[in-house]
Design a protein around this ligand. Structure first.
Ligand SMILES: NC(=O)C1=CN([C@@H]2O[C@H](COP(=O)(O)OP(=O)(O)OC[C@H]3O[C@@H](n4cnc5c(N)ncnc54)[C@H](O)[C@@H]3O)[C@@H](O)[C@H]2O)C=CC1
Ligand SMILES: CC(=O)C(=O)O
Length: 377
């Protein structure tokens, strides 16, 4: 198979979908890998590294897309890339389609088989989302602490406090991978941390993990309203896989926060959970202020720590890419239930239920759209 790796074009997206070591593995299996010139530079991998690994360096993105059977990316294609879509192309990347209706339509209309990293699922876990959620969660506490500083628009508090002065309060909504990693850093910084989740079992696990270093609360509108009002830093980390994120923090709740508080809505890639987060922000222009509260809503947070993120991401994506390249997409999907759950679009159909529901399409099972003739496990 020919596998293409274009340069990421989203604002400050410095990650790349394959490291030279990933190239070595694909080439050892007899595949050709085309890497766009300088695609790895933001992550510290130069063209020479890819050439030595066995890749071919291609000058223009359009030629990478045109020649490849499978495109590996990090972020969802942007509108300027939709023209490169072609029938039968396999696209393996983060997609977050419930928040990207025009992308879903373009993939569907062009007959692309689109496998979303974020919905590949195994034993209730999301193995291709987890490493970037670990990164974004850890960053969320760090970024929040930074924007609480007065010169950055915040109220001018230090999360740890100092002897004789209160610690800062951090509220984390969603106690999964992002939430847990955010809490780890916030607790490490010495903050007073509350984690809210819908799942009582998850709250028990968090209680075991953090002990008396955190307060856990079940998710309901009353608990959310009270914890948001008290928070200096609110970190939003809720996920319903594949679906648009629910609005859990209303405008009135934001108004109840004290001036100079900070919201980091990590769940923005699925649409965000805060009513006043009305647009995605960028690393170039990461925050805006509403009701006196600093809002941060960058959808590619790990792109800022690209070296760490690229290696963490490709550690988990390459084994799946090898299966697709070795077996072809139909056989790979038929034989791997986790990968099957990643298929969001195939042969002009939307094959992930939550995406079809949220965007108003008819849901067509992967078996019907892609696996006709292949026995599914
Ligand atoms: N902005 C960025 O750069 C990045 C964003 N993300 C996003 O962060 C979000 C969270 O991801 P993960 O932590 O990996 O997901 P996860 O599945 O590990 O955790 C989500 C948690 O939300 C909880 N939850 C669901 N409904 C809830 C509700 N109504 N109230 C409270 N909790 C609720 C679940 O029980 C679960 O514990 C996702 O949207 C993910 O795509 C991840 C990485 C980077
Ligand atoms: C999860 C995701 O979309 C990201 O890492 O950018």
């Amino acid at each position: 198979m020919i596998i293409g790796v274009p340069t990421e074009i989203k604002n400050n997206e410095n990650r790349v979908a394959l490291t030279p070591s990933g190239v070595v593995q694909l080439v050892a299996h007899g595949h050709r890998v085309l890497v766009e010139e300088n695609a790895g530079v933001g992550s510290g991998f130069v063209n020479e590294d890819y050439l030595q690994a066995g890749a071919e360096i291609i000058a223009k993105a359009k030629d990478v897309w045109a020649t490849s059977d499978m495109i590996m990316k990090v972020k969802e294609p942007l509108p300027s890339e939709y023209d490169y879509f072609k029938k039968g192309l396999i696209l393996f990347t983060y997609l977050h389609l419930a928040a990207e209706p025009s992308l879903a339509e373009a993939l569907k209309n062009k007959g692309v088989t689109a496998i979303a990293y974020e919905t590949v699922a195994s034993n209730g876990k999301l193995p291709l989302l987890t490493p970037m959620s670990e990164v974004a969660g850890r960053m969320a506490a760090q970024i929040g602490a930074q924007f609480l500083e007065k010169p950055k628009g915040g109220k001018g508090i230090l999360l740890s406090g100092v002897p004789g002065v209160n610690r800062g309060k951090v509220t984390v909504i969603g106690g999964g991978v992002v939430g847990t990693n955010a809490a780890k850093i916030a607790v490490g910084l010495g903050a007073d941390v509350t984690i809210i989740d819908l799942n009582p079992e998850r709250l028990r696990e968090l209680d075991d993990l953090f002990g008396s270093n955190i307060q856990t609360l079940i998710s309901n509108p009353v608990n959310i309203a009270s914890a948001v009002a008290q928070a200096d830093l609110l970190i939003c980390a809720v996920l319903i896989p594949g679906a648009k994120a629910p609005t859990l923090v209303t405008e009135d709740m934001v108004k109840s926060m004290s001036k100079g508080s900070v919201i980091v809505d990590v769940a923005i890639d699925q649409g965000g959970i805060v009513e006043t987060v009305d647009h995605i922000t960028t690393h170039d222009n990461p925050t805006y202020e509403k009701h006196g509260v600093v809002h941060y809503a960058v959808a590619n947070m790990p792109g800022a720590v690209a070296r760490t993120s690229t290696i963490a991401l490709t550690n988990v994506t390459v084994p799946y890419a090898l299966q697709i390249a070795d077996k072809g997409v139909q056989k790979a999907v038929a034989e791997n239930e986790a990968l099957k759950l990643g298929v969001n679009v195939a042969n002009g159909e939307i094959t992930f239920k939550a995406v079809a529901h949220d965007l108003g399409y008819t849901y067509v099972p992967v078996e019907t759209a892609l696996l006709n003739g292949f026995a599914s496990v």
